[in-house]
Design a protein around this ligand. Structure first.
Ligand SMILES: Nc1ncnc2c1ncn2[C@@H]1O[C@H](COP(=O)(O)OP(=O)(O)OP(=O)(O)O)[C@@H](O)[C@H]1O
Length: 327
């Protein structure tokens, strides 16, 4: 594929007088992971539903192509190219995992033998062989989610939409799911995921877009997004008030906290800057009791960009202050 897997220009959607998506542009190169981040109700699911043909876009939207096909004029081809799993699970709890898979194979008109082959392969790949003959209602949340994705893959989609794939999963199941997603991408599949977990976007996504107030507030790689938010600093703590005061005068530019006997020094956390701070302390003959490095992370980006009172309409968000110590 030379064209992007997903390309949307001026994607709009309103419900009544509520504007949910206010003209967003999305481009997802084939074989990459794109994460759409946003607070509750930002419109992430709406975007997924539109791109996967489940909901029609606003009439004033621009051109939308998925898998190279026009969403407006050729939704059938879009549907053939994609798989969708998410909050609207396709798993039927009354039948077994294997039966769910075979049903999917029938829906995709696979010949019986082929359907059985694909089912066996996917059950194996998603570690569901032991549970295959049990009703899906007896599966744990993580198993159901794995089955859901396995079902999505029966038709061999090249683009998959994962709407909050790990919401509600425990840390181990979440890591298993991340491994599955990485495996899909290694096979050349394009993944469009929505998530509220910043760590998830950081771990998986090549590009991340932060959706806020119907617009993309910022877009870039995790590192690019972290760079637009200031707030990296080194914190030094002291127990001895005398050492604290000596350090405060040795380290010009540090913000003092008299009560906590701590100093906050703006820093990018690099080895060079840390060495310079430590050298200045050494020269003054002072030893700090604790040194911590705070580098901006996606939490900072998220809080800076999605604080509804201060969020900018577009990048860069240079003037936003990160939420102090989001973790
Ligand atoms: N069918 C609908 N009719 C009316 N309003 C809707 C409809 N679907 C979604 N909305 C509204 O659109 C907004 C965006 O909803 P959406 O589900 O896309 O958000 P989200 O970012 O996925 O949120 P969450 O993280 O909570 O799942 C919400 O205010 C929601 O109430």
């Amino acid at each position: 594929m030379t064209h992007p897997a997903i390309a949307a220009n001026g994607l709009r959607k309103s419900y009544g007088d509520k504007t949910v998506l206010d003209g967003i542009d999305l481009t997802v190169p084939a074989g990459t992971v794109f994460a759409l981040l946003g607070p509750n109700g930002a419109g992430k699911t709406t975007a997924v539903k539109i791109l996967s043909t489940l909901v029609s876009p606003g009439a004033d939207s621009g051109e939308i192509r998925v898998g190279g096909h026009h969403l407006a004029t050729d939704p059938q081809s879009v549907r053939a190219a994609i798989g969708v799993t998410g909050q609207f699970s396709a798993v039927d709890g009354l039948i077994t995992g294997e039966e769910n898979m075979l049903l999917m194979a029938d829906l995709h008109h696979l010949p019986k033998a082929e359907g059985r082959r694909v089912t066996a392969e996917l059950l194996e790949r998603f570690d569901l062989v032991d549970a295959a003959k049990k009703p899906a209602s007896t599966y744990s949340g993580g198993m159901k989610r794995r089955l859901d994705i396995a079902m999505t893959l029966v038709g061999g989609p090249r683009i998959i939409f994962l709407d909050e794939p790990t919401t509600g999963l425990d840390p181990r199941s979440r890591h298993t799911m991340w491994g599955i997603i990485r495996g899909l991408v290694a096979d050349g599949v394009t993944v469009f995921l929505t998530t509220q977990y910043l760590e998830e976007a950081d771990e998986l996504a090549d590009r991340i877009a932060v959706l806020n107030n119907g617009k993309i507030a910022a877009e870039g790689s995790a590192d690019e997004l972290k760079r637009i938010v200031p707030g990296g600093h080194v914190k030094l703590r002291f127990t001895d008030p005398h050492a604290y005061r000596s350090a405060a005068s040795a380290l010009t530019g540090a913000s003092p906290d008299e009560e906590a006997l701590s100093l906050r020094i703006p820093s990018d956390g690099s080895q060079r800057e840390l060495r310079s701070i430590l050298d200045r302390l050494d020269t003054a003959g002072i030893e700090a009791d604790e040194l911590t490095v705070h580098t901006p992370d996606l939490d900072d980006v998220f809080f800076a960009l999605t604080d509804s009172a201060t969020a900018p309409a577009s990048v860069p968000a240079q003037n936003n202050q990160p939420k102090e110590n989001a973790r």
